[in-house]
Design a protein around this ligand. Sequence first.
Ligand SMILES: *Cc1c(COP(=O)(O)O)cnc(C)c1O
Length: 428
Amino acid sequence: MSDYRLNTKCVQGGYTPGNGEPRQIPIIQSTTFKYDTSEDMGKLFDLEASGYFYSRLQNPTCDMVAAKIAELEGGSAAMLTGSGQAANFFALFNICENGGHIVASSSIYGGTFNLIAVTMAKMGIETTFVSPDADEEELNAAFRENTKAVFGETIANPALTVLDIEKFARVAHEHGVPLIVDNTFPTPVNCRPIEWGADIVTHSTTKYMDGHGSCVGGAIVDSGKFDWMAHADKFPGLCTPDESYHGITYAEKFGREGAFITKCVAQLMRDFGCVQSPNSAFILNLGLESLHVRMARHVENGQAVAEFLEGREEVKYVNYSGLESNKYHALAKKYLPNGGCGVVSFELAGGRAAAEKFMKNLKLAAIETHVADARTCCLNPASSTHRQMTDEQLEEAGIPAGLIRMSCGLEDKSDLIADLKQALESLR
Ligand SMILES: *Cc1c(COP(=O)(O)O)cnc(C)c1O
């Protein structure tokens, strides 16, 4: 599939049936796999042969879908996880253990922020947060002797900042560590971070990849480019024998292309078991088959809605990198030439009261905490997810009480705009 264009990979990547085999990827709903001899199975356990023995480690359906995602991102290997949270945890913990340190963009998804700032801190992993807009000097200052990875989101959820991937990759590499990029919002259809120097890419496939609000899931893709052995002292888990797995040295045995994902499966999936089910992987693949078609429509709707909102007096400002007025427009033109995603945020001039009334009067857009599926939805953090905070606290956190996050779905943009128009007019 590697010679085909991205649109073709979305439809047919990851699985090529043989003569008389199913056209659609088969759901291998089996926990275990049968072998004729113990020796046959022993080779699998020793990672001497590739094959399946237990679906907590690997499952053929999940692997087909992971292979498609690897092709889309231009990576060398990939794995599915049970959620985006598991993907980010595994990607980081695979190289950063007790005593390690992470440099992360401060404008990342709240769940990931909590994962690394609170939960991973309890595991003895410290993190220094840097502004996504930090210059090289500020970035350099965040590194320590024990830094193992740099982490950011291509388009942050929900801040919608755009990461300067090339800059972050350059600085990470100068310090001998990989850049991990969560590419959930643009998807590989709109940005492929590996082409800009990222080493590992993660996804919450729950969002656009699934695209229908059906299945929670995640994915990790390795570029296969980071030279672990050149920094062996920093990454002993990859570069010295794993006594918990038959004394294998992953970077030696599987090389740059395979070491990261093999270790992640053999150690972390084995021990934590955050698997995606074959059924979920099948549904995820249905989403991937139309990802390229859907992303174009999400972007078209997001752009139209952002332009409409920008001209309204009830609206204080609109945050969407496709707008020329946006702080990240230049970065978006570079990294997201076909547009970013369908998520737009805006602040209503009337604050909390206006936001509550506006939300109540929406007819087509549903009130949901979710983003990035076929149906348009809106959220006012001040009256829902962040309702314990005062107006002052919200302002300080950069989530003013009048802020609305809107995830534009696949409906007709004229209907979306008409819905917004009547809800805005009700504020007069
Ligand atoms: C939703 C999301 C996550 C978490 O993914 P889940 O599938 O909900 O666990 C991580 N990163 C980003 C950017 C997200 O939007």
